[in-house]
Design a protein around this ligand. Structure first.
Ligand SMILES: [Zn+2]
Length: 361
């Protein structure tokens, strides 16, 4: 039997997911969204009347009392009505307005629900006895997972989404191995153990395709779609690369990226920057989920320093031509280095040093 004292110490992480729902659910959700608007507008009207007649303004609790019992008539979950009242009260306070805008046909569909109302059976979601199917699922969703409060939301094109929060347990023990990571151009990441994660070809190929499409005077919509597709593929690639590392290593030390590297590339600076920072962000939260942690250190001198003897020998790559040199030998100790693996080893050493300094401080 699980000891409640130790169980309380299992670290948890709340994840937010958005799932696109199948279009067949739109009719029922549109109906509920109209009922939601009705409740919202009732709150607004009641509040407006209270203001005009000089009565006390209504709290979320007052509104909940007034709407009590409307669930059956409106065919809405009672707690959905409660959440609308609370959301109305919150919005009124945030905007510091006596009353708010009315919700109508132009308002984006919204159906909130409370913790535990939406369940997951391993394949689909269930809300008020109705099964909702999504276009995709996520690995983190397991049968019987606890789903927190969330909402069904429509976008401007009338497509419905399910937004949920899920609490997952983080691993309590981190993998013991440690790794340093040098971020780069040709290889997205070089690991201190010698592994390399090559930047996939589509990083560049798609940029070219995009440029072509723009030259061909494609419609803005088409160009936008290409952009979105590239962004998705990159994100997917970064997710897979980062989860592999987070599963293997308990301490992940990453170098910041020097502007010199960025200046060297043909790719748009912004997309590289975004790739690196997304990768770091994903590593950080995935490391936490797997019980580990990440640390960022300055990558200054990490390419020039020999990771074997710690010297900056005369033979190490320096200056303008340094990025062209893939391999070099240390003139002090004779060690032969792959430039990026050597840098990654130095990054790991710097990370470990800063940890012991922190412990002694
Ligand atoms: Zn050396």
């Amino acid at each position: 039997m699980a000891d409640p004292a130790t169980e309380a110490h299992i670290p948890r992480q709340t994840l937010t997911f958005k799932f696109r729902l199948r279009d067949k659910h739109a009719a029922e959700l549109n109906r509920q969204a109209r009922a939601v608007n009705f409740v919202w507008n009732f709150c607004n009207e009641t509040q407006q009347k209270a203001v005009h007649s000089g009565r006390k303004w209504l709290s979320a609790f007052d509104l909940q009392k007034l709407t009590n019992g409307a669930s059956k008539d409106l065919d809405l979950h009672a707690h959905t009505i409660q959440r609308i009242c609370r959301a109305y009260d919150d919005a009124r306070k945030t905007h510091k307005r006596p009353w708010l805008r009315w919700r109508g046909r132009k308002s984006l569909g919204w159906v909130p629900f409370n913790t535990g109302h939406v369940t997951f059976d391993g394949e689909a979601f269930k809300f008020r006895g109705v099964v909702y199917q999504t276009m995709h699922l996520r690995d983190e969703l397991k049968l019987g997972v606890k789903i927190g409060a969330g909402s069904f939301n429509a976008d401007a094109r009338g497509r419905w989404f399910l937004n949920i929060t899920v609490e997952v347990e983080c691993a309590t023990s981190a993998p013991i191995s440690r790794v340093g990571i040098d971020l780069g151009l040709k290889d997205l990441a070089t690991l201190s153990n010698g592994e390399k994660i090559a930047s996939p070809r589509f990083y560049r190929v798609s940029e070219e395709k995009l440029a072509k499409a723009q030259r061909a005077r494609k419609t803005p919509k088409r160009v936008r779609n290409i952009h979105a597709k590239i962004a998705n593929r990159r994100k997917d690639f970064l997710h897979k690369a980062s989860v592999n590392i987070a599963k293997q290593f308990g301490l992940i030390v990453i170098g910041d990226v020097s502007p010199k590297k960025i200046a060297k590339t043909r790719l748009a600076k912004s997309s590289l920057d975004a790739g690196w920072s997304n990768f770091k962000r994903m590593l950080a939260y995935k490391a936490i989920r797997h019980g580990g942690s990440t640390l960022e250190v300055s990558e200054r001198y990490t390419s020039q320093t020999c990771s074997c003897c710690g010297a900056i020998p005369a033979s190490s790559p320096k200056g303008m031509g340094a990025l062209g040199i893939r391999e070099w030998a240390c003139s002090d100790c004779g060690a032969v280095h792959d430039r990026d693996v050597n840098a990654a080893r130095n990054i790991l050493r710097l990370g470990q040093q800063s940890l012991t300094e922190g412990a002694l401080a």
